[in-house]
Design a protein around this ligand. Sequence first.
Ligand SMILES: [Zn+2]
Length: 139
Amino acid sequence: MTDNQWVILRKYIRDMADELGLKDWKITLMDEPCGEGLSADITSVVGRKVAKMRICPDFLQATAESQRNTIIHELLHLHTDGMRQTICGDLNNSGALSKPQCDIFWYTFDRMDEYCVDGIANAIDCKYPVINWQSSSNA
Ligand SMILES: [Zn+2]
């Protein structure tokens, strides 16, 4: 991606975060690629509204609609972030479940969270603009 494209994408992510109720989050788009096999990923700092998003190296080759869905999907993950951190902390601190029980619970919960975020992203993405790669970086 060109410097201008990074600027455009960072502005788009900020605008979309604001639209999606994440105005109080500091979200940084990293220039390192996301995990292999993913379109993008997002990680947060426990207890703080700070997140880092990464995109895949071939992000620009995706359709405009797919790019939009990917960004919205990753941002929506931040809405379940507190729930994930609380459950994870409670699981680890309670000692109520064995390690294998924790692992299967977390595996199932993580998958369900993913399906939930995916479903919401797919339901709402059409209400938002796609990334305008033609815009000027100082717009
Ligand atoms: Zn996801």
